[in-house]
Design a protein around this ligand. Structure first.
Ligand SMILES: NC(=O)c1ccc[n+]([C@@H]2O[C@H](COP(=O)([O-])OP(=O)(O)OC[C@H]3O[C@@H](n4cnc5c(N)ncnc54)[C@H](OP(=O)(O)O)[C@@H]3O)[C@@H](O)[C@H]2O)c1
Length: 306
């Protein structure tokens, strides 16, 4: 089979011929139909998250996948050959950008018949993180106002929809054609961050979802109401600033959780929500897809069709 392999940090990911792996106890072999890129793949390749996710080389790449079960290992009880599934793999092991991938059975989620493989692959990390941030950490409620930075990103595009579905008023930041895209996703107000300063446009925000970090994160403290919450996917918020502003500042570290993934798929279906897809690339065009992810300009998810 073919698989994207990284030979070392900062090396070019390469499509490589490897043997089809065998599932062990409690594992399944998935025939991958689609996999999604995340900024994490770029950070892993650059060695920027080595402290959290140390790689051993040669390293398989890719965490988010959807496909069908090809084979089950022994003691694997719940799953049948042919089941349509999705999963997030351990980032230190990877393996999603391949014809076949080994998945621990407790990480599998069954796909509803009307969820296609490309959309399903786009969900695990991005939607899982948005859910963890807004539902589990911020406990966002109907009637509250949330500011979603990078409303056209993988995380932001689904966060707008979740927040809207929860009954919150949604303000998003975006730029160019992204302003209209964020509106279509359900944002009540969109700030074009290239021409407008969000910190002078909004105030009394209940929850900020920071997907940018740096100065954007620092200035986000100014727009929160007292008692508000800043949740960052990028870096731990400055606790001295949080205390000075009488707000909570929390870093969300996404953890794979099949139960959460299953819940959010049900919630998205119930609310008619969908995955914003930036583009679909064959695995032979992986370099182009990876470059698009690294550009930081994606509108939603970049999918590798296998
Ligand atoms: N902690 C965790 O567990 C966790 C989990 C998931 C993601 N993350 C991190 O969260 C960040 C966002 O992830 P993602 O998947 O959403 O990234 P992404 O899909 O690559 O985000 C791209 C989007 O960001 C927008 N953008 C860039 N700069 C912006 C700015 N200053 N203001 C508003 N929008 C801006 C771009 O729009 P324009 O082209 O218009 O600029 C583009 O649409 C990444 O750093 C990622 O590594 C962390």
């Amino acid at each position: 089979m073919q698989q994207i392999i990284l030979s070392d940090y900062e090396q070019t990911p390469a499509l490589t011929d490897v043997a089809i792996p065998e599932p062990n106890h409690g594992e399944v072999l998935v025939r991958v139909k689609a996999a999604a890129l995340n900024p994490l793949d770029v950070k892993l390749q650059l060695g920027r998250v080595h402290a959290y996710f140390p790689l051993t080389f040669p390293s398989q790449m890719g965490t988010d996948l959807a496909g069908t079960i090809e084979k089950t290992g022994s003691l694997t009880s719940r799953w049948r050959v042919g089941d349509r599934v999705m999963a997030r793999l351990d980032p230190t092991k990877g393996g999603a950008f391949a014809d076949y991938a080994i998945v621990p059975e407790d990480q599998l989620v069954l796909l509803p018949q009307d969820l296609n493989f490309n959309s399903a692959a786009g969900l695990p990390t991005a939607a899982g993180t948005a859910w963890q941030a807004l539902v589990e950490i911020a406990d966002l409620k109907a009637g509250q106002t949330v500011l979603v930075h990078a409303g056209t990103g993988g995380v932001g595009s689904v966060a707008i929809q979740f927040a809207r579905g929860l009954g919150a008023r949604v303000i998003a930041s975006a730029s160019g054609d992204g302003v209209e895209i964020a509106r279509e996703l359900g944002a009540d107000q969109v700030i074009d961050y290239r021409s407008e300063d969000f910190a002078t446009k909004v105030s009394d925000i209940d929850v900020v979802l920071d997907t940018i970090g740096g100065e954007t994160q620092q200035r986000s403290f100014d727009v929160l109401r007292s008692g508000g919450k800043l949740v960052s996917t990028v870096s731990p918020p400055d606790q001295a600033l949080a205390t000075a502003h009488k707000v909570e500042g929390t870093f969300v570290f996404h953890t794979s959780n099949a139960g959460r993934l299953s819940d959010l798929v049900k919630a998205m279906r119930a609310m008619g929500q969908s995955v914003l897809i930036d583009g679909v690339f064959p695995i032979t065009s992986f370099a182009e897809a990876f470059g698009r992810q690294a550009s930081g300009r994606a509108r939603g998810k970049i999918i590798i069709s296998v």
